[in-house]
Design a protein around this ligand. Structure first.
Ligand code: PRP
Ligand code: GLN
Ligand code: MG
Length: 505
């Protein structure tokens, strides 16, 4: 889950894209990049780090033009330490294309070979996004071979991309001299929405991962990009759209509602905040079924993402809701940090207990999810150190038992605390006195209740059902092996760089 944004405006867009990326920072902390365009020339700056660190005044000044795009990266392919894998990506033919991507391509390994053997295109990084931009470029070339490039040819190319590329992809691209293209995979796994703002000179358009980006930059939400749909906005601001997939069916990633997205966003017509409240409500019922609420003195959320669910749960149980942990706002989100070492260290740096909320009390800690157990294990210990009598733990999401291949970086089962362990074993690992998980169907219902016409959600990490239906054992293997072979920390990345610079004899 990276954050992506694209803008086509009547005035310079560099500051606007920067502001938009700040509103998407929670979706990716490892790298950031912006491309702007003036005439047919692209201007790009991308580097590792958070938005505020990547863009200095001199970088901003070197991004002129009235259209552009940007990305914040949370790697799910390749590695976090490679500057070349930061987005946007660029290819010079046909026309010149730059592209940003949120998602994960499950057949990237096979496509990479196909691109080289058949399309005669070379991929020089481990990034699936480089594969994706080359497939799009190849298909644009085929579609517009003897024709001028119009939205018709562009939509033909997107239809061909849908036929070749598998997995999840929300994409925004610029085609030099033509305009801005955005499209979403046929299941709409990753979010993408369209916004507009009226100016004296006409309509400015913005496409972004989350509606909070539109709101925070003065745009109104027009609508979500439909699964499989492509939207093309020409340089003069004309908007064209077309359904380019054969069998589109909306199945948004449920983890967006559990953890990934900001609560003030609305994705596919569903309020993330409201979905989290619903999850708190059903989790409360689960608590009531599993233990006498009289045993609980106080409900305490694990900041940040669990707050709405914990609040609703406390209300339903009729128990006080207290802030027992204070978050250091200068430490990022732990779960999306690269490498288990840094994640573990960051929990203590990030959260600190307020002793008086714990001393002598039976506390029910609530988190939105327990994935590797990094956070809960530390937090339970901190609650005990702060003097809690009993520590109960509740998760607003069900146990995460299966790998994710659609844009959440958990490609192996073995890293998941709930994989292959009984409830008692998980409880013992976390070190709490009782452990209560949300039920899978209840979680789905919490989202479904807010959009009854929704066919389903992508919930593979909870139920083992991979919505695209075409992830082969070889694909799983390729994704796992690729991620496992990547450096786990800064030092490992440096060793890899040095060995590439001086290959052994
Ligand atoms: O079981 P784990 O592997 O530790 O993963 C789950 C935890 O990670 C996330 O928090 P994070 O610190 O990333 O972000 P937040 O501040 O939005 O809660 C999530 O909210 C859980 O607290
Ligand atoms: N989380 C994402 O959307 C990642 C996009 C892409 N797979 C990358 O690793 O850069
Ligand atoms: Mg958290």
């Amino acid at each position: 889950m990276c954050g992506i944004v694209g803008v086509i405006s009547k005035s310079p867009v560099n500051q606007l894209i920067y502001d938009a990326l700040l509103l998407l920072q929670h979706r990716g902390q490892d790298a950031a990049g912006i491309v702007t365009a003036m005439g047919t020339k692209f201007f790009m700056h991308k580097a590792r780090g958070m938005v505020r660190d990547v863009f200095r005044t001199r970088n901003m000044r070197a991004l002129p033009g009235t259209l552009g795009l940007g990305q914040v990266r949370y790697p799910t392919a390749g590695n976090a330490y490679s500057e070349e894998e930061a987005q946007p990506f660029y290819v010079n033919a046909p026309f010149g294309v730059v592209l940003v991507h949120n998602g994960n391509i499950t057949n990237a390994h096979a496509l990479k070979k196909e691109l080289f053997d058949i399309d005669r295109r070379h991929i020089n990084t481990e990034s699936d996004t480089e594969v994706l931009i080359n497939v799009l470029a190849h298909e644009l070339e085929q579609a517009a071979r003897d024709l001028p490039l119009t939205h018709e040819e562009i939509f033909k190319a997107v239809a061909a991309v849908h036929r070749r590329v598998k997995g999840s992809y929300a994409v925004i691209a610029l085609i030099a001299g033509y305009g801005l293209l955005a499209f979403r995979d046929p299941f709409g796994i990753r979010p993408l929405c369209l916004g507009a703002s009226e100016t004296a000179e006409g309509t400015d358009w913005m496409v972004a991962s989350e509606s909070v980006t539109l709101e925070g930059t003065g745009h109104r939400l027009v609508r979500d990009v439909e699964p499989g749909e492509a939207v093309f906005i020409s340089l003069d601001g004309q908007l064209h759209s077309r359904q380019c997939a054969e069998r589109p069916v909306l199945n948004p990633c449920v983890f967006e509602f559990v953890y990934l997205a900001r609560p003030d966003s609305v994705i596919d017509g569903i309020s993330v905040y409201h979905a989290r409240l619903n999850m708190g409500e059903t989790l409360a019922q689960r608590v009531i079924n599993m233990m006498p609420p009289s045993e609980i003195d106080v409900v305490i959320p694990i900041p940040e993402s669990s707050r709405p669910a914990a609040m609703q749960l406390a209300q339903k149980l009729g128990k006080p809701y207290r802030e027992g942990f204070v978050k250091n706002r200068y430490v990022g989100r732990t779960f999306i940090m690269p490498g288990q070492g840094v994640r573990k260290k960051s929990v203590r740096q990030k959260l600190n207990a307020i002793g008086m909320e714990f001393k002598g009390r039976n506390v029910l800690l609530v988190d939105d999810s327990i994935v590797r157990g990094t956070t809960s294990r530390e937090i339970v210990q901190m609650a005990r150190e702060a003097g809690a009598s009993k520590v109960f733990m509740a998760s607003a999401a069900p146990p995460v038992r299966f790998p994710n291949v659609y844009g959440i970086d958990m490609p192996t089962k073995t890293e998941l605390i709930a994989h292959g362990r009984t409830m008692d074993e998980i409880r013992d690992y976390i070190g709490c006195d009782a452990l209560i998980y949300q039920d899978v169907d209840a979680m789905k219902r919490a989202v479904h209740a807010l959009r009854p016409d929704l066919k389903g959600v992508e919930a593979s990490c909870f139920d083992g059902h991979y919505i695209t239906g075409d992830v082969s054992a070889e694909d799983f293997d390729a994704i796992q092996t690729q991620r496992a072979s990547q450096p786990q920390d800064e030092e490992g990345a440096e060793r890899t760089r040095l060995s590439l610079q001086s290959p052994s004899q």
